[in-house]
Design a protein around this ligand. Structure first.
Ligand code: GDP
Length: 425
């Protein structure tokens, strides 16, 4: 059986924690898109970890962690994360990297930085980890698959083709030094050897696992609104964070996908550029930001302060719908315990004064203002509560409300950052 854990919103919803939790009862966890450009925070018995590229099943010895062909594989980042884990006492996890996965080149990271510098105030808020140049090359068919690293003739030929254009851009557009082909080949051959024991045919592995009745978790990165087709283009990422794409980026049959958990926070947070209608500012924002997550709302990869706002019904209902969510997992519910009243964004008001409840396209979204309603708060610290029934009444009513307005069932509610902070409804 295949299940997906994906973000309903802008990312950072708490997917890592939920994956770590569900991984306990799973056999395989697969990353299917993106690269080391976003982070999952996981807090368990080994400590606090920010995973960027490693699947969140790495803390479980029973789990095989797969890097699917849809991922942007930054080998150095992967090896660095693995080292960090083992140094912290985590037993060596089982990792399998698809031989069809493409490799993040050092020049992808450079081009990402150079382009953001060139765009200046018009930049898209990239994490500068090479993602857009990587996927551009992949679809322009000048990328390199892992399997191609092991054949020097192919490697040389592919790079010679790719570097012609790269060097023109470096020289003429960015005024930077050209790429040294021989140095690059030597570097790629070195990293290829380092990952060799982990490389294989993950598609066959997953098919066999699925046929044998194993549980496979697809772990999404970012969230619906960063999808290049369905999100807030152009403030999106370059690969699809949707559960449906999970089947492609991992290499499993779409008919095997039975459960789609869309994770959402009890409020909103957003890192990176783009319209964010329910955003709040000033002291109210500072208070929510500092109370949010496990250490305040600051990016796991970049350390950037996240913009915060109230729960956005319009964006989350849309986010859950586009994901095809079979359920929502509501995280960070504990964070709201300080509020007398909890504002919720129930609709948007467009530039012309029209009230809308369907998530619009970006040009309209840019001018939308939030229409807020308030719900009574529960004024209580709910961390440590272990039974859903023991939550304060107003807190349970808040969950009922979100379930109703997002039109998606909620069975799991998270009341703290630790693996054990979870309530089943
Ligand atoms: P991901 O990318 O979706 O895995 O999310 P991140 O790890 O970037 O951000 C989620 C943040 O919320 C992290 O700081 C988590 O430790 C934290 N977190 C997850 N669930 C809860 C929760 O229920 N309560 C609190 N207070 N923090 C949580």
């Amino acid at each position: 059986m295949v299940q997906a854990i994906v973000g309903a919103n802008w990312g950072d919803e708490g997917k890592g924690k939920v994956t770590d939790l569900l991984a306990e009862k799973s056999d395989v966890v697969v990353r299917f898109q993106g690269g080391a450009n976003a982070g999952h925070t996981i807090i368990n018995d080994y400590g606090r970890f920010s995973l960027h590229l490693l699947p969140s099943g790495v803390f479980h010895q029973n789990v095989v962690n797969v890097i699917g062909p849809g991922v942007a594989l930054n080998v150095e980042a992967l090896l660095g994360e693995l080292k960090h884990l083992t140094e912290a006492g985590v037993p060596q996890p089982k990792i399998l990297i698809s031989d069809r996965c493409q490799v993040m080149m050092p020049y992808h990271v450079d081009f990402d930085k150079f382009e953001e510098e060139r765009l200046g105030k018009n930049s898209f808020g990239s994490t500068k980890s090479g993602i857009a140049p990587f996927y551009s090359d992949k679809f322009a068919k000048v990328g390199l698959q892992v399997c191609q690293l092991y054949d020097e003739a192919i490697l040389r030929e592919r790079l010679e083709i790719a570097l012609v254009k790269k060097n023109v851009l470096l020289r003429e557009l960015y005024g930077k030094p050209e790429i040294d082909l021989e140095g690059l080949i030597a570097y790629l051959q070195k990293i290829a050897e380092e990952i060799r024991p982990m490389v294989g045919d993950t598609t066959k592995f997953l098919r066999d696992a699925d046929r044998a009745g194993k549980t496979i978790l697809l772990e999404g990165q970012l969230g619906t609104l960063r999808d290049p087709d369905h999100g807030i283009y152009p403030y999106t990422t370059s690969s699809s964070p949707l559960a449906a794409f999970g089947c492609i980026g991992a290499g499993v049959s779409p008919v095997s996908l039975q459960k789609i958990y869309a994770v959402t926070k009890a409020y909103s947070s957003c890192v990176g550029a783009g319209p964010f209608v329910s955003e709040i500012f000033g002291d109210a924002a500072k208070e929510l930001r500092d109370r949010g997550g496990d250490k305040g709302e600051y990016g796991a990869t970049t350390g950037r302060p996240r913009s915060v706002g109230w729960f956005d019904v319009v964006a989350t209902r849309y986010g859950a719908m586009v994901q095809g969510a079979t359920e929502l997992v509501l995280t960070n519910l504990d964070v709201l315990g300080y509020l007398d009243e909890i504002p919720v964004c129930v609709a948007y008001e467009t530039e012309s004064g029209e009230r809308i409840t369907e998530f619009p396209t970006t040009p309209t979204l840019m001018h939308c203002k939030p229409v807020l309603e308030t719900l009574p708060g529960w004024k209580q610290d709910i961390r440590g509560i272990t039974r859903y029934e023991d939550l304060p009444e107003n807190c349970r009513k808040y969950v009922d409300y979100i379930e109703r307005v997002t039109e998606t069932p909620i069975h799991m509610v998270s009341n703290g950052p630790k693996r054990s902070d979870i309530l089943y409804r």
